[in-house]
Design a binder for this molecule. Structure first.
Ligand SMILES: [Zn+2]
Ligand SMILES: [Zn+2]
Length: 130
């Protein structure tokens, strides 16, 4: 992955998804349910790994079974903050705000049909595909 693939050019909040346009031209759409389930905080990583403490392992982001994170369909970010130049922090309307999402991890977990097969099979069809 070249460095432009990890640098966002545009960040945009949509009603049901967060859009990131990357400097290499790729556009990612992250449905909020998916983003919340992928929360990279230690607490969520442990839930996705059925109680196993994986925080010290390499790249817990996106690992485990994301369906183990219970998320309501109306999940929305109340606030999205830049953390330095490398990450985003989402404050969700379920009260959870400890997840810091590095851009590199976001790009690696892009759920689009082009990227998803690189790490696992597509989880979600983006709105663009419909
Ligand atoms: Zn979390
Ligand atoms: Zn993609």
């Amino acid at each position: 992955m070249n460095k432009f693939a990890k640098q966002p050019k545009l960040l945009k909040k949509h009603p049901n998804a967060f859009q990131v346009e990357w400097k290499d031209g790729h556009v990612s759409w992250y449905p909020y349910v998916y983003l919340r389930q992928m929360c990279p905080c230690a607490e969520c990583a442990i839930i996705r790994h059925k109680g196993r403490d994986v925080h010290s392992l390499f790249a817990p982001q996106g690992d485990g079974d994301i369906t183990l994170i219970e998320v309501s369909d109306d999940i929305q970010p109340l606030d999205i903050q830049l953390v330095g130049r490398y990450a985003l922090q989402f404050s969700w309307n379920d009260g959870h705000d400890t997840g810091i999402y590095p851009f590199e991890a976001l790009r690696e977990t892009c759920p689009c049909p082009e990227c998803a097969p690189l790490y696992e099979k597509p989880l979600i069809q983006t709105e663009e595909e419909n």
